[in-house]
Design a protein around this ligand. Structure first.
Ligand code: IPM
Ligand code: MN
Length: 351
């Protein structure tokens, strides 16, 4: 297969982890005779520095015309403590999600047998965890009306949802549930928020179209607790943008390191693949960041092109590296810590 992949390395550790994913994908391409063309493009703080905006039109052009987008991370500390900054790297990510129509963010959480004891949670609680949080990505409070009033002394952000936005996300959730354990949990705050009541109403309306799926409705605060107490209670979860943002960071604790969990963002056209971790600026340039979340995101990419064997080959080699202790310092404990680039080289060679 010929694949034209937009490569958005971004900021912080983004370029380093992306490099390893490229090595792995190239090794897969060689082994399975695919032809990958990489199209690098600017995003994030590095794009602000180069051209004054975090998601320039030229980058959008590259992404919109690609078969898929592989994304590293964006964010830079010099913007975090400056609430008055007019242009921020994160705006690039939001603009990209919106312009590419990436309304569904697929964030799986699973455990690796060799890493169960790395999680701060007890083995018997998390063993066998395999869930997907399907986060709405182009609506809600991230994109609602926001402003200041009263001379800057009052600020507001609005959580707005239209029925069709909830429905298209929920349908993806139902479809996913049908392919898995046929359980779907709608996570909301319907005891307080009107937008959440529309979520419930919409999802309830779809239930009859998927009679085999057992749907539950839970409040997000309770889920925040249950998710770490008993993650096996969940399979496919659907939720609004902000709730999903928070719950997916929380869920990553189950796997033992934030550096492990991949994600995909899908819409009607091109999809984007990225690790769920951020730009981890403290580690930038040190060759110490864990590249596995990005590598596993590449596996999700192959999977979506029905290249199942290729995806499995990536997951297998990742499992092998974990089992053999070829890991970066976040996972090394008393063992040897390998550099980001060494892990990438090892993975590529072992493919
Ligand atoms: C994520 C990130 C982003 C988000 C930030 C960087 C805007 O936290 O992808 O989860 O909040 O969506
Ligand atoms: Mn987040």
């Amino acid at each position: 297969m010929k694949l034209n992949i937009a490569l958005l390395a971004g900021d912080g550790i983004g370029p380093e982890v992306i490099d390893q994913a490229v090595k792995v994908c190239d090794a897969i391409a060689t082994k399975y005779q695919h032809e990958i063309t990489w199209q690098p493009a600017l995003t994030g703080a590095s794009a602000i520095d180069a051209v004054g905006e975090p998601y320039p039109d030229s980058t959008h052009e590259v992404c919109a015309n690609a078969d898929a987008v592989l994304f590293g991370a964006i964010g830079h500390p010099r913007f975090d403590n400056d609430p008055s900054a007019k242009v921020r790297p994160e705006q690039g990510l939001l603009k990209m999600r919106q312009k590419l129509g990436l309304f569904a963010n697929v964030r799986p959480t699973f455990t690796f047998p060799s890493l169960i004891d790395k999680s701060p949670l007890k083995r018997e609680r998390i063993e066998g965890t395999d869930l997907i949080i399907l986060r709405e990505l182009t609506g809600g409070i991230y994109f609602g009306e926001r402003d200041r009033k009263d001379g800057g002394n009052t600020a507001f952000d609005t959580m707005t949802y239209e029925r069709h936005e909830i429905e298209r996300l929920a349908r993806k959730g139902f479809d996913m549930a049908m392919k898995r354990s046929k359980r779907l949990c709608c996570v909301d705050k319907a005891n307080v928020l009107e937008s959440s009541r529309l979520w419930r109403e919409t999802v309830q309306g779809l239930e009859k179209e998927y009679p085999e799926v057992e749907v539950s409705y839970e409040f997000v605060d309770a889920v925040a607790m249950r998710l770490v107490q008993w993650p096996n209670a969940y399979d496919v979860m659907i939720t609004a943008n902000l709730f999903g943002d928070i719950l997916t960071d929380e869920a990553s604790v189950i796997s033992g390191s934030m550096g492990l969990m991949p994600s995909s963002s899908v819409g009607s056209k091109v999809s984007l693949y990225e690790p769920i971790h951020g730009s981890y600026p403290q580690a930038a340039g040190k060759d110490i960041a864990n590249p596995l979340a990005t590598v596993l995101s590449a596996a999700m990419l192959f999977e979506d092109f029905d290249l199942t064997e290729e995806a499995q080959a990536i997951r297998d080699v990742v499992n092998k590296s974990l089992a053999e202790g070829i890991v970066t310092e976040d996972l090394a404990a008393d063992g040897k810590a390998y550099k980001t680039s060494e892990v990438g080289n090892w993975l590529a060679e072992n493919i």
